[in-house]
Design a binder for this molecule. Structure first.
Ligand code: 5GP
Length: 177
């Protein structure tokens, strides 16, 4: 059990389990994109460790770029999605994989998908480290999912709680009180 700000968290997915699964997702991408050169678009801040681990296990040619959107404060979703910042790459004709830390209500991903699709990529898929199916309000097709989890707040491995916890090497879940 650890304490971050005012809340207690328990280990939920250990580092070995997490990284084995991420390597398996990379393996799937190596097959699916053989002979292509996908562009990974990683959504900052939360996806930085996930995408780093993914990239280490991708053996085909690939490129990466980073974007930022912020829609989340504290432990509740605001439902408001802001603009995409930082996407300067040419998307037209590219095979794009959006890399997200967690899909919760689906609002962020639906918005991103709309905005990036408008730039006419050749193909577009989503990879997310975590998915909360019960929390989903806007269904989006998630081709690569690390773990489907219950609808509880998690942190670690890139995910924060009000700025803290991103450095934790595994996923923690809000403890029952
Ligand atoms: P959505 O738009 O799908 O509701 O929310 C997506 C964003 O909310 C994620 O990129 C993430 O930043 C944040 N988020 C959703 N659930 C959690 C959670 O359990 N823990 C943390 N740390 N962030 C979350």
């Amino acid at each position: 059990m650890i304490q971050v700000h005012d809340k207690q968290f328990d280990v939920f997915i250990d580092q070995e389990t997490l990284e084995k699964r991420i390597a398996a997702l990379a393996g799937q991408m190596n097959q699916d994109y053989q002979g292509q050169r996908p562009l990974l678009i990683a959504v900052l801040n939360g996806s930085f460790l996930f995408v780093a681990e993914l990239m280490k296990n991708i053996t085909i040619d690939c490129e990466i770029t980073f974007i930022r959107v912020s829609s989340y404060e504290g432990t509740g979703t605001t439902g408001k999605v802001k603009q995409i910042l930082g996407l300067s790459e040419e998307i037209k004709g590219r095979d794009v994989i959006i890399i997200e830390d967690i899909v919760d209500t689906g609002h962020t991903m639906a918005e991103l998908l709309g905005q990036i699709t408008a730039q006419k990529p050749r193909s577009i898929e989503i990879a997310t480290m975590l998915h909360k199916p019960e929390a989903t309000r806007i269904p989006v097709t998630l081709k690569y999912v690390g773990f489907a989890i219950e609808n509880k707040f998690v942190l670690g491995y890139g995910l924060d709680y009000d700025g803290l916890g991103r450095n934790l090497p595994c996923i923690y879940q809000l403890a029952e009180v």
